[in-house]
Design a protein around this ligand. Structure first.
Ligand code: NFS
Length: 644
């Protein structure tokens, strides 16, 4: 990838990278050419957990013959070092998802206690559905009669029980029991049921401290426990409580790519992850007096757009268009038309501030744990108790800045239509059966072979590989082979930009079986399930498939595979690992930080399957990557006796 402009398959991005270069502004695409990554770090075999190091254990050219005698000053082997680094990545990822979940839980508690007017319980059905999983009764017995409990009372108890999951002193993660029974039993037998969410992350930091756990198998076992605490804990709670507060998504139509920005509108971009702020911004932007205010400043209205998982959150629930994937964030400012960009946490590049300096764009940080050192950045700390006031201030700042645009506005025209807003509930609606169980139609179509299997394709962009190329090629190859795709995160945005999230895409890109199902039901072949915490929806969808019957007793029996073709964040490693621990064969693209420790790598990519039914794999070539997933799906079909 020597040419930054060619480092993306998206022509809108190419235009913006070229424009930045002309203006003398560097973007991540330029920096990726200049900065060479450390080969030893990439292979996972650099230990910097104490100051006697960093100890670097390069793999000898030509691999290892005979015994592997490499060791650090303390004697740590390559396997120990790679395993420590790997589970520290899980800790980073799990903590990011789970801290996001905690924030949502705290806002939820404020709403349940009626300490704030800005947030209310929007989806009572979902509240009643999740309550029993948190040991909260939805009925009471009074005078020998069973009566419905007061919803407000249930909400407060759900809030308290949920928050307890982060730090309770005893017991086990309550949501672990939402997994298929066979999987729960497997976890129990192997001692990896999380005790509470925070504890598993802290224990990773302890066990990877100098001189503690020195057995890669035991280290990864703790990584497994923390990853389960993420997928089936912090992330799942985030998804559930967000749905209760802001509504469970249902399919809707929108658009994607930089072309969603409008020259004659105030362009306000929300970027980051927690919907507690972006929901308020959406609400404020819909107020007639705010629209009037924008008009009084010479704009035709306000165009909201999202980047990263905030994009996915407000897309799923409100149909707000997705402006950009992770790697396009600087490019949104380079249009010259971004009047304000509001960020909270995660996946926010510090260089945004440098790019914003070259334009009129106001860059606003909002979260106490995520500030920027550059002096052009404005910090407006978001407080849930004054949520609407804070959002109002931010939106007005964007509107006031509209008049300050320079002459140099250039918005790429490219944008694509997308149908998003899917979830466990809407799949049930579209692919369920009226009489025969919730996921009956889906299972029936898998059994009769129209749908070959299910793939979860998720995750980031990575500047070390061509932007969106892996995402699109993997997904196209899967649907061509009749594999239905569930997407989240930046893969969802990439698929939207390519037009794959439309029902019409089925006739163009799918094999005959999947095309027929999509056309009959009226769904896209790629179902957008939301943000990265919403990968928990994929876990629950897989669980529903198991429950509907005919496809085995556990997730690892189902013809399903996972993929992150362009991953880059620690969150992706945590996600990958909870997929694996939940029984899913999971293929990553780009690289894995395990290649320098072949024994540890083999443990992840071979041995773990014997324990949990899922395993890791790495494949850089997108077509081979998809073919590996298809081969696994076929293997599972054969085991189920449904191969024809
Ligand atoms: Ni996921 Fe969201 Fe995108 Fe990757 Fe970042 S936005 S939580 S980490 S880059 S998919």
């Amino acid at each position: 990838l020597a040419d930054p402009v060619a480092a993306t398959i998206d022509t809108a991005s190419q235009e913006m990278i070229a424009r930045a270069q002309k203006m003398g502004i560097d973007t991540v695409f330029d920096r990726a050419v200049q900065m060479k990554p450390c080969a030893i770090g990439m292979q996972g075999i650099c230990c910097k957990n104490c100051s006697m190091g960093p100890c670097r254990l390069p793999l000898p050219k030509g691999g290892i013959e005979g015994e592997d005698t490499r060791k650090g000053l303390c004697g740590a082997t390559a396997n120990t070092i790679a395993a420590r680094n790997f589970i520290r990545m899980i800790a980073g990822g799990a903590s990011a998802h789970s801290d996001h979940g905690r924030s949502v839980a705290e806002v939820f508690r404020s709403a349940a206690r009626k300490e704030t007017d800005a947030y209310q319980i929007k989806d009572v059905n979902k509240l009643l559905e999740i309550a029993p999983f948190l040991d909260v009764a939805v009925t009471v017995e009074e005078d020998g009669e069973v009566k419905d409990r007061d919803v407000d009372e249930i909400a407060v108890e759900v809030a308290e029980k949920a928050i307890n999951e982060w730090g309770k002193p005893e017991g086990e993660l309550l949501y672990a029991k939402r997994a298929p029974e066979a999987l729960y039993e497997k976890w129990k037998k192997n001692g990896v049921i999380p005790r509470n969410i925070d504890r598993e992350i802290v224990e990773i930091m302890h066990r990877t401290h100098m001189g503690v756990d020195q057995d890669y198998k035991n280290l990864i076992k703790q990584g497994t426990r923390a990853a389960i605490a993420d997928g089936w804990g912090g992330s799942m709670l985030a998804t559930d409580l967000q749905d209760v507060l802001f509504g469970t998504p249902y399919p809707l139509q929108s658009e994607a790519n930089l072309g969603v920005m409008k020259e004659d509108h105030v362009n306000l971009i929300v970027h980051g992850h927690e919907p507690v702020l972006s929901e308020m911004i959406v609400a404020v932007c819909q107020k007639p007096e705010i629209v009037e205010y924008a008009k009084s400043k010479g704009a035709k209205g306000i165009q909201l757009g999202g980047i990263c998982c905030t994009a996915n959150e407000i897309l799923q629930r409100h149909g707000i268009p997705s402006a950009a994937t992770f790697l396009q964030q600087e490019l949104a400012i380079i249009t010259g038309a971004c009047d304000a960009m509001v960020v909270d946490i995660q996946c926010i590049m510090q260089n945004l501030a440098n790019v914003a300096k070259c334009f009129h764009t106001k860059l606003i940080t909002t979260h106490p744990i995520a500030k920027m050192e550059q002096d052009n950045v404005i910090h407006i700390e978001f407080d849930e108790h004054y949520a609407l006031e804070d959002a109002d201030k931010i939106v007005r700042m964007a509107i006031d800045n509209f008049a300050n645009r320079g002459a140099e506005v250039m918005i790429p025209r490219q944008k694509a239509t997308q149908v998003a807003g899917f979830g466990v509930e809407s799949i049930k609606y579209h692919l369920g059966g009226t009489f025969r169980g919730d996921y009956y139609t889906l299972n029936d179509n898998i059994i009769n072979g129209r749908i070959r299997g299910i793939a979860g394709v998720v995750g980031c962009n990575n500047a070390r590989t061509r932007h969106n190329e892996g995402h699109i090629q993997v997904v196209k190859e899967l649907i061509k082979n009749d594999v239905i795709v569930l997407t989240t995160g930046c893969n969802g945005i990439a698929c939207a930009m390519e037009g794959l999230l439309t029902p019409e895409a089925a006739a163009v890109h799918c094999g005959p079986g999947l095309a027929e199902v999509c056309e009959t039901v009226g769904i896209p072949p790629v179902l957008h399930l939301g943000s990265c915490v919403d990968n928990s929806r994929i876990l629950l969808a897989a669980t529903e498939v198991v429950k509907a019957g005919g496809l085995g007793k556990d997730i690892c029996d189902v013809p399903v595979a996972g993929s992150a073709p362009e991953w880059m964040s620690e969150k992706a490693i945590s996600i990958g690992h909870y997929f694996v621990a939940s029984g899913v064969y999971t293929v990553f693209g780009v690289t894995l930080p395990t290649s320098g420790a072949p024994v540890f790598h083999d443990y992840l990519s071979k041995e773990l399957e014997k324990v949990y039914g899922g395993k890791w794999d790495l494949e850089v070539d997108p077509i081979k990557h998809a073919q590996l997933m298809i081969a696994h799906i076929d293997k599972k079909r054969k085991e189920l006796g449904i191969d024809k």
